[in-house]
Ligand binder design. Structure first.
Ligand SMILES: Cc1cc2nc3c(=O)[nH]c(=O)nc-3n(C[C@H](O)[C@H](O)[C@H](O)COP(=O)(O)OP(=O)(O)OC[C@H]3O[C@@H](n4cnc5c(N)ncnc54)[C@H](O)[C@@H]3O)c2cc1C
Length: 447
């Protein structure tokens, strides 16, 4: 188990790997620096795709946002030639992954085909990684070549920002990512966490709730409940230590508090106002401003920022603490460029970073782009956030919230509007959550 490696062992092993990679047949670029052969050859040409049969819209990121935008662009304007790009060949849902960890849904339930989505909805899917953008030439670059666009939608999601929990060193960050993954970005991470929980032999399992507008407000509290339910089911003598940066549970507060106290009183230890300032890997210890906590195993959710590709493309709002994109808040186009849009969790608006929000916003932005092509404008419409949180398993019981947003012209900010909150958990709500997810997958993958 890599958990047993000391940091020194790890660094020695990884420097060997770096050396091996550095000596493997690289070519030299004009400035004499080594350059990866695959990138050098392929990006200069056109990507291997059919020629555009209408105004081309390239959508980067096949998550909850990009899948919705791609489908609804074709709904609002049949003439659009839409290309959806994702670096992954297969879609695995983040929503419902906490329930999957506790065996309440199968991996099949989470997994869907991009090929089906594209064929059912009449667009092209391109399995590639986007690496750069030339806005003047209207070209987006992948490792397999460039694509010219009339409109570009960037929906690449989030990355972690480990520096905000005191982890500045790249190798230390790598070690934390590999051994204590956050589980909020990709399926490999949450598969690793499921294995950890299944094999947990006892002691303290650390989970964290980060600062800022992180992805899925309720998910870290739901994960604490699911982790505790697994520990309880397996009869393990262990606890979940939930260190929350916030002064209190951020959402569905009464429901989660009641769940912690009545369902898992001896298993969940909830510590609010726990602002992590450093992670000590050798001692398996995190330090907060006032305390130090030991752990036996962990999934450390670092604060989030917009995907690094947004920064690489020079599209960050300089006032955004989370390096989110500088977009017009009512249309999502880059300020000064009505041909480039940013949607989903890379957006700067303070909406909940959730799949449902990304889906309803995606429909709106597709309509905005279709209208723009016709020289028209669409009035801003609030996205909708709907979120079910499981607290109990076998049978699954959940609670839920639905909310919209309104713009406060005086304060120039968005607030919650029309909040419908049900904190009394039930089997009915558990079933409704599963039906919600099924409906969302149907919307994104079928016609
Ligand atoms: C454990 C967990 C539970 C959650 N529960 C819920 C819930 O119950 N309800 C809810 O509504 N939301 C929930 N969410 C939140 C939800 O998953 C996200 O808010 C949503 O996925 C955001 O959509 P997105 O399209 O912006 O980002 P993503 O869905 O992350 O999609 C981004 C896509 O971009 C691709 N990409 C990134 N960079 C590149 C690149 N350079 N080139 C090519 N492709 C690239 C990625 O591979 C990815 O597929 C949960 C999240 C987690 C992690």
């Amino acid at each position: 188990m890599t958990d047993k490696l000391s940091r020194r062992d790890f660094l020695q092993a990884s420097s060997g790997l770096i050396l091996a990679a550095g000596t493997s047949g690289s070519v030299l670029a004009a400035d004499g620096q080594p350059q990866a052969p695959a990138i050098a050859g392929k990006t200069a040409g056109k990507a291997p795709l059919p020629a555009a049969r209408g105004p081309r819209v390239v959508v980067v990121g096949g998550g909850w946002s990009g899948l919705t935008v791609a489908k609804y662009l074709k709904r609002f304007d049949r003439d659009f030639d839409v290309v959806l790009i994702d670096r992954n060949a297969l879609f695995v849902s983040c929503p419902m992954s906490n329930l999957w960890m506790a065996d309440q849904v199968s991996m099949d339930f989470l997994t869907h085909s991009y090929i089906d989505a594209a064929r059912n909805n009449d667009y092209l899917f391109f399995n590639a990684t986007v690496i750069d953008l030339d806005r003047e030439a209207r070209r987006v670059f992948t490792e397999q070549g460039y694509i010219e666009y009339d409109y570009l939608v960037l929906a690449p999601g989030i990355d972690y920002d480990y520096a905000r929990i005191g982890v500045e060193d790249m190798e230390e960050e790598y070690y934390i990512r590999s051994n204590y993954p956050g589980g909020y970005v990709n399926a490999s991470e949450y598969l690793a966490i499921k294995h950890k929980l299944e094999n947990f032999k006892g002691g303290t399992f650390l989970l964290t709730v980060p600062a800022g507008n992180y992805r899925c407000t309720a998910a870290p509290y739901e994960r604490a409940c699911m982790a505790a339910a697994i520990i309880k089911r397996n009869g393990v003598k262990g606890k979940v230590l939930l260190l929350d940066h916030n002064a209190d549970i951020k959402i569905k507060k009464d429901g989660f508090r009641k769940a912690f106290e009545t369902l898992y009183p001896d298993i969940i230890q909830y510590e609010p106002s726990a602002d992590i300032v450093s992670v000590n890997l050798d001692d398996r210890e995190v330090e907060t401003e006032f305390d130090a906590y030991q752990f036996d195993d962990a999934a450390i959710y670092a604060p989030v920022r917009a995907s690094k590709i947004i920064e690489h493309m020079g599209l960050v709002d300089p006032d955004s603490h989370q390096k989110e994109a500088r977009v017009d808040q009512f249309t999502n186009h880059i300020i000064g460029d009505e041909h480039v849009y940013v949607t989903g969790d890379s957006r700067p608006q303070p909406f909940s970073k959730s799949g449902h929000t990304a889906n309803s916003e995606g429909k709106f932005v597709a309509e905005v782009i279709a209208a723009h092509r016709q020289g028209q404008e669409i009035e801003w419409r609030s996205p909708q956030t709907m979120c079910f949180s499981g607290v109990k398993i076998d049978p699954l019981e959940a609670m839920n919230i639905i909310t919209y947003y309104r713009y406060d012209k005086g304060r120039k900010t968005f607030d919650f509007d029309r909040v419908h909150l049900v904190e009394e958990w039930s089997v009915k709500s558990g079933q409704a959550g599963l039906a919600w997810a099924e409906g969302m997958f149907r919307d994104m993958f079928y016609s």
